[in-house]
Design a protein around this ligand. Structure first.
Ligand code: ADP
Ligand code: MG
Length: 640
C-alpha cells in the first residue's frame, strides 16, 4: 500500500519480530529501564561506526566532528527521544535493521524463549505470566525494547553524507510504515528515535529519573550524553563520554581511580589494590578492578556471585556474568571486551568461550598482583588477607588448577607466628630435621587450640603447627593437598610419628616405660569398650595425661564436628584415647593393685572424660561421671 503524497509504505514485520514484540508487550517486566540503555547503546554504536568510517572519509563528519547523544524529554506530550549524530540509516537500511531479526544474539534469545515455553529451560526463566519476562528485563533485546514503554515509536534518520531523510514508524503490532520525510524534519546527520510513551511509562520524562538512569546504565558509554529536560530547555551534559578504563594508566590520578572505585563498588573507602590492564592477543579487553579496602556488606551473600561489570565496547552488559571465580567475589570493577557480541543473553555469555578466556586472564592477573603485593608490601597484603583470606581459601578446594598459587597466597596463624602470620613458604623453610609433614590443628578458638594437649609433643620438638580457625579450612585441608611435596597432617589424627624427630634444646631424653603400662592400657580399653577405637601410649603428650585423637583414617575430629553440624556426617569415627605413659598419675595407676577393680574402672572412665573435656566436649555420661567423681572425693576424704 503506497501513500502518494509522502510515498509512505506500510510493511509487515518478519514473523520473528512480531513474536518478539508480542512477547515484549505482553510480558510482565521486572525492569523496563533497559530500553534506554538499549537506545543509547545503539546511538553510541552509530557514533562509533561513523568514527570508523570517517577514518577513510573525513568529509562524512562535515563541520560536526564531535560525537553526541542527546536525550530530550517532553513531559507534557509524554514523549522521549534519543538522538545521535552518528552514521544514520537510509530507508532500506531501516527496513532491514528494524523489521527483521538478523542478529545472532536476538535469534538465540528467541530460541531461549521458545525453549522456556516448551518447559525445557530451568524453572526460573519460565516462571511468571510473561514468557521469559526475566530475560527481557535483564538483557533487553535491542531496539525492540522501546515497545516496552512506548505505544508508538518513530525513527527519523539521515545517513552521514546524505541529503535525504527517512522516517520509520510503528505501534509494534505487526506492521510499520516507512517513507521519505522532508530534510527539515530530520537531524542534520544521524538518527532520532522518538518514543510516544504509554501512560504508565510517562514518568520516564522526569529529569531526575532520566539523569539517574543514564548515569547508572550508560555512564561509561564512549560518547558524551546531553539531557534536554523539556522543549526549549538548555542542553546539559550529564556524562562526558570518557571511559576511565580505556585511558592510559599513566594519565590517571589516584583520586580518579578512587572515585571510580567508589561508584563501581558502592564502597566508601580506599581500594586496597587497583589492577588496571589491557589484554591483547587471543582476547582483547580492558580490565579495571579493585580489591576493596574493607569487607563489602554482601560478601557472604550466597546469591551474590560477583560484582565485576561486563562491558562490551564500553556498553554495559551485565553485572551478573561470572567474570571471576566465587572465591574472588570481593573484587569489584569493570571488564570491557572488544570481542564479545553485544546483545547476547546472560546464559549465552556465561557459556561463551570468549568469556571463559577473559575469566581466566583476569583471574590470573588478580592472583598475580596479589602475589606481587604480598612480596612487596607484606603489611598491605596482610590487611587484604585479614578481610578476604576466608574467601580466598574457598579457592583451595574449588579451583584445583590454581591451588598451588592460592596456597602460596595463604597466610596462617601458627604456634610460631606470634601476632603475625606465616606463609607456607615460611613454614617449609623452618622445617625441623626429620619433619616430613606440615602440621596443623583445627578448631574455632585460637587460644583453645594453643592450649591443646595434642600440641605438647610438637612443642617439645620445636615443631611449628598451623592454627586453623576458619570453618572453611576443613574443606580444603581434608582433601589432603600438599605444599612443596609436604602433606598436611592434623596433629589430632592418627599416630604422631614423632619418635624420629629429636627433642628441642635441653629437653631430657625420654625414659623407657615400664611393662605394667601395657597391661593398664589393655584394661582401660576393655573397660571403655565400644566408645573408643583404641587406647594407645602417646608420643605427642609431654605434660598432660591423656588426649583424644582421630583414628588414622577418616576426618580430623574438628572437621568431623563441622560435618556433623552441617548434617553431612553419616557416622562419627570412634576416637583413639592416647595416654601419656610417662605421666606420674598414669604410672601410679598402672602400678595399682588389680584387685582394686572399682577404683581402676572409675579411673579409666574419668581419664576418658578428662580427654573429652579437654577437647571441648562434655563427659560421655554426665550422671555416671558425677557418681564417679563423688566416689573419688569420698575416697580421698576417707583417707584424709
Ligand atoms: P543491535 O544493536 O544488537 O544490532 P538493535 O536491535 O539494538 O540490535 O538494533 C538493530 C539495528 O538497528 C542495529 O544493528 C543498527 O543497524 C540499527 N540501528 C538502531 N539504532 C540505530 C541508530 N541510532 N543509528 C543507526 N542505526 C541504528
Ligand atoms: Mg543495540
Amino acid at each position: 500500500m503506497t501513500n502518494e503524497t509522502s510515498k509512505t509504505e506500510t510493511r509487515s514485520f518478519e514473523a520473528d519480530v512480531s513474536r518478539l514484540l508480542h512477547m515484549m508487550v505482553h510480558s510482565v517486566y521486572s525492569d523496563r529501564d533497559v530500553f534506554l540503555r538499549e537506545l543509547i547503546s545503539n546511538a553510541a554504536d552509530a557514533c562509533e561506526k561513523l568514527r570508523y568510517e570517517a577514518i577513510a572519509r573525513p568529509e562524512l563528519l562535515g563541520d560536526d566532528p564531535r560525537p553526541r547523544i542527546v536525550v530530550s524529554a517532553d513531559p507534557e506530550a509524554k514523549r522521549l527521544s534519543v538522538e545521535d549524530n552518528g552514521i544514520g540509516m537510509n530507508g532500506d537500511e531501516m527496513a532491514e535493521a528494524l523489521g527483521t531479526i538478523a542478529r545472532s544474539g536476538t535469534r538465540a534469545f528467541m530460541e531461549r524463549i521458545e525453549a522456556a515455553k516448551g518447559g525445557k529451560a530451568r524453572g526460573s526463566e519460565a516462571k511468571g505470566s510473561g514468557e521469559g519476562a526475566e530475560f527481557v528485563g535483564q538483557f533487553g533485546v535491542g531496539f525492540y525494547s522501546a515497545f516496552m514503554v512506548a505505544d508508538r515509536v518513530d525513527v527519523i534518520s539521515r545517513p552521514a553524507g546524505g541529503a535525504e531523510a527517512w522516517r520509520w514508524s510503528s505501534d509494534g503490532k505487526g506492521e510499520y510504515e516507512i517513507g521519505a520525510v522532508s530534510p527539515g524534519e530530520a537531524p542534520a546527520r544521524g538518527t532520532r528515535v522518538v518514543l510516544h510513551l504509554m501512560d504508565d511509562a510517562a514518568s520516564y520524562t522526569e529529569p531526575y529519573r532520566l539523569e539517574r538512569l543514564v548515569r547508572a546504565q550508560s555512564g561509561h558509554v564512549p560518547v558524551p550524553i546531553t539531557l534536554v529536560e523539556k522543549p526549549g530547555a538548555e542542553p546539559r551534559e550529564i556524562t562526558d563520554g570518557k571511559a576511565l578504563w580505556t585511558r592510559p594508566k599513566s594519565g590517571i590520578a589516584p583520586e580518579e581511580y578512587t572515585d571510580f572505585y567508589r561508584s563501581v563498588a558502592g564502597q566508601y573507602d580506599e581500594p586496597a589494590l587497583t589492577i588496571h590492564f589491557h589484554a591483547e592477543g587471543r582476547q582483547e579487553y580492558n580490565a579495571l578492578v579493585f580489591v576493596p579496602g574493607s569487607r563489602p556488606f554482601d560478601l557472604f551473600d550466597q546469591d551474590r556471585a560477583g560484582r565485576v561489570k561486563l562491558y562490551v565496547k564500553r556498553v554495559f552488559i551485565t553485572d551478573e556474568a561470572e567474570l571471576l571465580p566465587r572465591y574472588l567475589r570481593f573484587v569489584r570493577g569493570v571488564v570491557d571486551s572488544a570481542d564479545l557480541p553485544l546483545n547476547v543473553s546472560r546464559e549465552m555469555i556465561q557459556e561463551s568461550p570468549l568469556l571463559a578466556a577473559i575469566r581466566k586472564g583476569v583471574t590470573s592477573r588478580v592472583l598475580a598482583d596479589l602475589e606481587k603485593l604480598a612480596g612487596n608490601d607484606a603489611e598491605a597484603y596482610g590487611k587484604i588477607w585479614d578481610n578476604f583470606g576466608v574467601v580466598l581459601k574457598e579457592g583451595l578446594y574449588e579451583d584445583y588448577e590454581r591451588r598451588e598459587q592460592l596456597l602460596k597466597l595463604a597466610r596462617f596463624a601458627s604456634t610460631a607466628s606470634g601476632e603475625g602470620r606465616r606463609s607456607l613458604a615460611d613454614y617449609v623453610a623452618a622445617l625441623k630435621e626429620g619433619q616430613k609433614a606440615i602440621f596443623f590443628i583445627a578448631g574455632d578458638d585460637r587460644a583453645r587450640l594453643e592450649a591443646s594437649p595434642q600440641l605438647e609433643g610438637f612443642r617439645a620438638r620445636g615443631l611449628e603447627v598451623l592454627l586453623l580457625t576458619d570453618p572453611v579450612d576443613a574443606f580444603w585441608v581434608m582433601n589432603a593437598p600438599e605444599f612443596e611435596g609436604k602433606p598436611f597432617r592434623s596433629v589430632t589424627q592418627g599416630s604422631a610419628d614423632l619418635s624420629d624427630i629429636p627433642l628441642a634444646g635441653d629437653a631430657k631424653p625420654e625414659e623407657p616405660v615400664g611393662t605394667e603400662i601395657g597391661d593398664f592400657l589393655a584394661f582401660v580399653k576393655a573397660t571403655l569398650g565400644d566408645a573408643l577405637s583404641d587406647v594407645k601410649a602417646s608420643d605427642r603428650l609431654t605434660e598432660s595425661a591423656v588426649c583424644l585423637v582421630a583414628p588414622e583414617h577418616g576426618p580430623d575430629r574438628q572437621f568431623e564436628r563441622l560435618l556433623s553440624a552441617a548434617g553431612r556426617l553419616e557416622k562419627a569415627a570412634k576416637p583413639v584415647l592416647e595416654v601419656n605413659p610417662r605421666h606420674p598419675r598414669i604410672a601410679a595407676l598402672a602400678k595399682l593393685d588389680p584387685e582394686k577393680r572399682e577404683l581402676r574402672e572409675d579411673a579409666a572412665h574419668l581419664l576418658y572424660d578428662e580427654a573429652r573435656v579437654l577437647d571441648g566436649d562434655k563427659p560421655a555420661d554426665a550422671k555416671a561421671f558425677s557418681a564417679r567423681l563423688a566416689r573419688l572425693i569420698d575416697r580421698v576424704l576417707e583417707g584424709a
